[in-house]
Design a protein around this ligand. Structure first.
Ligand SMILES: NCc1[nH]cc(CCC(=O)O)c1CC(=O)O
Length: 316
């Protein structure tokens, strides 16, 4: 009898990454009946505290893990799907997208406050152009400050009074068991999450046919459809505009059974201008739905948002 060797699962060292990887390792043990060992891989995004945009965006978290896959140091890599660039990577398969966590953003504020309760001039920390523009569009007169760091660091900045509040992905807090920190869950009507937020990407080498087939057992069809539509919006708009963008797709019950409901927004950086649209379509035509919605958004001027002169809608 031969025993298959343990699957080596590459992970970043952060608490969130190891929690996510541990979760996928458990799914692999359950569904594939294979042993899994976690292998830590350092990435530029973890080593440096420079603004993410100056390092080529969140792709820095992804490329080191993909290098480890292609070098054969690991067999499987787990990423936050929202950090994954939309361009396909040579030799890498997106083998599974497991069931998604709640994709919404949340507020963690001092004294249990909600966004609407924060006094004018309160300092809110977030380095994400998507969050900055959507928060500015609410016109609450908040001072938006760029901050970075892992989930724990950001929450500590509220505790220590460096900022009055931060906005984070609910999924990260859920995975870390820290939902009690949340003071408000933001409705997507006000804050559309990043494409893929709350979902995990499980990658392997595309020529590893056994693993491609095995990992398919971890895939969740509704999540796969939703993130496919959201990422189609992202890739179509990326071609024509680099404006802050939010997108959320959900499988809902329509008149003729299940359908995919997609909402998206592109904004100018100061939130003063936006193009917001929604559409529904068949669940099995997710990519087409996303591409179509994004094309409609480009027709409505989504690409021009960046060049638009700033519009002041902050509290004067
Ligand atoms: N931007 C970094 C990042 N990438 C994934 C998550 C959280 C987990 C997820 O969205 O899946 C976070 C932290 C955050 O945005 O609060």
């Amino acid at each position: 009898m031969t025993t298959l060797p343990a699957i080596r699962l590459g992970t970043r060292a952060s608490a969130l990454a190891t929690t996510q990887s541990g979760h996928v390792a458990e799914l692999i043990r359950e569904r594939l009946g294979r042993e899994v060992v976690l292998v830590e891989v350092a990435t530029e995004g973890d080593r440096s505290s420079a603004p993410l945009a100056s390092m080529g965006g969140t792709g820095v978290f992804v490329s080191a893990l993909r290098d480890a896959l292609l070098d054969g140091r690991v067999d499987v890599a787990v990423h936050s799907l929202k950090d994954l660039p939309t361009a396909p990577a040579d030799g890498i398969a997106l083998a599974a997208v497991p069931p998604r966590e709640d994709p919404r953003d949340v507020v963690v504020a001092r004294d249990g406050l909600t966004l609407g309760e924060l006094p004018v001039g309160s300092r809110l920390g977030t380095g994400s152009p998507r969050r900055v523009s959507q928060l500015a569009a609410l016109g609450l007169g908040l001072e938006l400050e760029g901050i970075r760091g892992n989930v724990d660091t950001r929450i500590r900045k509220v505790r220590e009074g460096q900022v009055d509040a931060v906005v984070l992905a609910r999924a990260g807090l859920a995975r870390l068991g820290r939902l009690e920190e949340v003071t408000e869950v933001l409705d997507p009507l006000q804050m559309l999450p990043a494409p893929g937020q709350g979902a995990l990407a499980v990658e392997c080498r595309s020529d590893d046919a056994d693993l491609v087939a095995g990992l398919a057992l971890l895939d969740d069809a509704p999540t796969r459809a939703a993130v496919t539509a959201e990422r189609a919006v992202l890739s179509t708009l990326e071609a024509g505009c680099s404006a802050p963008l939010g997108a959320l797709a959900e499988v809902v019950e329509g008149e003729d059974g299940e359908e995919l409901w997609l909402r998206a927004v592109a904004l100018s950086e100061d939130g003063g201008l936006s193009v917001r649209m929604s559409a529904t379509g068949p669940v099995d035509e997710a990519a087409r739905l996303g591409t179509r919605l994004a094309s409609d958004m480009l027709d409505e001027g989504a690409a021009d948002l960046m060049e638009a002169p700033p519009v002041r809608n902050q509290h004067a």
